[in-house]
Write a protein that binds this ligand. Structure first.
Ligand code: ADP
Length: 144
């Protein structure tokens, strides 16, 4: 069984994240969404995990966990052979490339990366948080 761990802060989980998940599900038998603990105490980790669990409750190919610590340790715990990530821009590329290299070097676990759909490349959790903070309705950007 091909299992991928899809790690992120998902604070919140956006339609950009959802697109990567859906594309990953075409490749893997199971995708485990791993909601990471943010250094920021207002990270909303539990809330994101709860919302994701109810959103995907009917889909046996999707599992949701919360994790703290190294991504590769979370991957090993759930038996994931790959990590799933997305890239929107050159800035993302540099960051993701470093992460993928370190994770592969430490564990042998490879990272599968999808390019963002062009119409979703502008969507980021920080943008959604900021819009929400100023009272803008952000439902259209949420992937729950
Ligand atoms: P992290 O804090 O670990 O970077 P995020 O929750 O911000 O986690 O993002 C998780 C993954 O989803 C990252 O690989 C990120 O590049 C990717 N991602 C975020 N937004 C989008 C988007 N709009 N389209 C495609 N991939 C995205």
């Amino acid at each position: 069984m091909k299992i991928a761990l899809y790690p992120g802060s998902f604070n919140p989980f956006t339609i950009g994240h959802l697109s990567i998940l859906e594309r990953g599900l075409r490749l893997f038998d199971r995708v485990v969404i791993a909601v990471g603990k943010n250094m920021d105490k207002h990270s909303g980790q539990c809330e994101a995990a709860e919302l994701l669990r109810s959103r995907f409750a009917g889909n046996p190919a999707v599992e949701v966990i919360e994790f703290d610590g190294l991504t590769i340790d979370a991957a090993r715990r759930v038996g994931a052979q790959w990590l799933l990530r997305g890239v929107r821009s050159v800035a993302d590329y540099e960051y993701e490339r470093n992460l993928a290299d370190i994770n592969r070097r430490l564990s042998g676990i490879d990272t599968v990366i999808f390019f963002a759909e062009p119409e979703l490349a502008f969507v980021s959790s920080s943008m959604v948080r900021e819009l929400g903070h100023y009272g803008h309705n952000v439902d259209e950007y949420l992937g729950y």
